[in-house]
Design a protein around this ligand. Structure first.
Ligand SMILES: Cc1cc2nc3c(=O)[nH]c(=O)nc-3n(C[C@H](O)[C@H](O)[C@H](O)COP(=O)(O)OP(=O)(O)OC[C@H]3O[C@@H](n4cnc5c(N)ncnc54)[C@H](O)[C@@H]3O)c2cc1C
Length: 383
C-alpha cells in the first residue's frame, strides 16, 4: 500500500474516496471492468463503520428495492465465497427471525410468503422446531422463520481482501491520506496535492456530507458486544421480528435482539440505534437496554463474559435506501453511501450498480430507486 511519498498529480478513470467495504468493493469492481483507478482513505482500510459492523449478509424486505439490492448482493457474495480467505470467516449459518408470540407468527407467515414467491428459501418453524435448533433461546417462543441462505462474515477482513484484489489488478491504494475536497473531476488531498479523474466516488460512509455538502445522510449510532468463546451456544444469526421496526423507526433510540455465532465460538450481540449521538463513547444506558433485551430472549447470556464493547455509525438516508450514482450538482461526483445497517450485505451490488453507471451500462437490477437524484427531486417538491 502506498503512503504520501508516492502521491503525484496522477490522472485516473475513477478515484474512490473511502476504503471501507463499499469503497473497497467499488475499487475491486473498477479493476474487474478494466478502469484505471485509485482508492484513497484518510485512515486505515475498513476502519470506519466496516470495522464496527456485524457482518450479517441478510436478505431484507422493507421495500422491493431493498429486497432487490440485498438479494442481488447476497448472490454476489455467494459467487465470491470460494475465493475468500479463511480470515473472512464466511459462514452459511442462516438467519432465524424469532417470533415471540402468535402476533409475530403472522409476520413470520407474511415474510415466508414474500421470500418464497421471490425465490428465497424460507422455512416456518414452530415452537418445538425452534427449541431444537436453538436450545438456548427462552422456552415457549411461538416459532420463527429460518432463512438458510443468509450468511455471516468478518467485515474488516472482507474489505481488506477486496482492496488487495483491486491492488493486485492495478488499482493504486493510498491509505492515511485524507481528502479535503472533491468536484469538477478533481480530488484535493489534505497534503495539498491533487488527482484528476473522470469520475470521483464519495464512499466515505457517514462522513459523506463533509465532501458533498447537501447529501441526505444522517449518522445513526450502534453498539455491539462480543463475548468470550462459547462454541455452539448460538447456531444461527438470531433476530427478533421487532428488529424491523427498530431499524425502520425514523426517530428515537431503539434496541433489538440480534445475536450472531462467530467462527471463533464467540457470540456477537446487538444491536442499538440512536440518532443525534455524535460521539463514539459507549452509552451505558443504551448498552444496558440492549443487553437486557438480549437476555430476555436468551437468558443464558447473563452467564457469559463480555470481552469487548464498541460503537459505530451507520449512514442513514431519509427513505432508508442507499445513494448509488451521480450527484446531480456535479456529474463527475458519484455517491456510494447511505447503506445504514446493510452496507456489508449490499457492498458488492453497490459496486456493480455504480460501475455500470460510470461505464454507461445497464445493470442486472433497476438502478432508479438508489439514484441520488431521487432525493434532489424530493427536496424540489417540498420547496
Ligand atoms: C453496530 C452496527 C452493526 C452493523 N451490522 C451490519 C450487518 O450485520 N450487516 C450489514 O450488512 N451491515 C451492517 N452494518 C452496516 C455496515 O457496517 C455499514 O453499512 C458499512 O460498513 C458501510 O461501509 P462504508 O464503506 O460505506 O463506510 P465506512 O466503513 O465507514 O468507510 C468509510 C471510509 O471513508 C474514510 N473517510 C471518511 N472521510 C474521509 C476523507 N475525507 N478522506 C479520506 N477518507 C475518508 C474513513 O476513514 C473510512 O475508512 C452495521 C453497522 C453498525 C454501526
Amino acid at each position: 500500500m502506498h503512503g504520501h511519498s508516492s502521491l503525484s498529480a496522477a490522472t485516473y478513470d475513477v478515484v474512490i474516496v473511502g476504503a471501507g467495504i463499499v469503497g473497497a468493493a467499488c475499487a475491486h469492481e473498477c479493476v474487474r471492468q478494466g478502469l484505471r483507478s485509485a482508492i484513497v482513505d484518510g485512515d486505515v482500510a475498513g476502519g470506519g463503520a466496516t470495522a464496527a459492523g456485524m457482518g450479517h449478509i441478510v436478505v431484507m424486505d422493507d421495500s422491493e428495492a431493498q429486497f432487490a439490492l440485498t438479494r442481488y448482493s447476497q448472490q454476489l457474495w455467494q459467487e465470491l465465497s470460494s475465493s475468500l480467505p479463511s480470515d473472512v470467516e464466511y459462514e452459511s449459518c442462516g438467519t432465524i427471525w424469532v417470533a415471540a408470540d402468535e402476533d409475530e407468527m403472522l409476520e413470520v407467515r407474511r415474510k415466508q410468503d414474500y421470500y418464497s414467491t421471490r425465490g428465497v428459501p424460507a422455512v416456518v418453524l414452530d415452537t418445538e422446531e425452534l427449541e431444537r435448533l436453538e436450545p438456548n433461546l427462552r422456552k415457549g417462543m411461538a416459532g420463527g422463520l429460518l432463512v438458510p441462505e443468509d450468511v455471516v462474515l468478518y467485515p474488516p477482513c472482507a474489505a481488506r481482501f477486496l482492496l488487495e484484489q483491486a491492488q493486485a489488478g492495478g488499482a493504486r491504494v493510498h491509505l492515511g491520506v485524507p481528502v479535503s475536497r472533491i468536484g469538477q473531476g478533481r480530488v484535493g488531498l489534505g497534503n495539498g496535492s491533487e488527482f484528476t479523474s473522470a469520475a470521483v466516488v464519495n464512499a466515505t460512509g457517514a462522513s459523506a456530507p463533509a465532501l458533498t455538502p447537501g447529501v441526505d445522510i444522517k449518522k445513526r449510532k450502534g453498539h455491539l458486544v462480543i463475548t468470550d468463546r462459547y462454541p455452539g451456544f448460538v447456531r444461527h444469526q438470531l433476530v427478533e421480528l421487532g428488529y424491523r421496526m427498530s431499524a425502520r423507526s425514523a426517530t428515537g433510540d431503539s434496541v433489538a435482539f440480534n445475536v450472531q455465532p462467530r467462527k471463533t465460538g464467540q457470540i456477537l450481540i446487538g444491536s442499538s440505534r440512536q440518532y443525534g449521538a455524535e460521539h463514539k463513547e459507549v452509552d451505558t444506558a443504551v448498552l444496558l437496554r440492549m443487553m437486557s433485551r438480549a437476555q430476555a430472549y436468551m437468558p443464558g447470556l447473563a452467564q457469559t463474559s463480555t470481552v469487548r464493547v464498541w460503537t459505530g455509525f451507520r449512514a442513514t438516508t431519509s427513505d432508508k435506501l442507499p445513494l448509488i450514482g451521480p450527484w446531480p450538482a456535479d456529474p463527475t461526483v458519484y455517491l456510494a453511501t447511505g447503506h445504514e445497517g446493510l452496507g456489508i450485505t449490499t457492498s458488492l451490488a453497490t459496486a456493480r450498480l455504480l460501475v455500470d453507471q460510470i461505464a454507461g451500462r445497464e445493470s442486472v437490477i433497476p438502478v432508479a430507486p438508489y439514484l441520488p437524484s431521487r432525493t434532489a427531486s424530493r427536496e424540489h417538491t417540498h420547496v
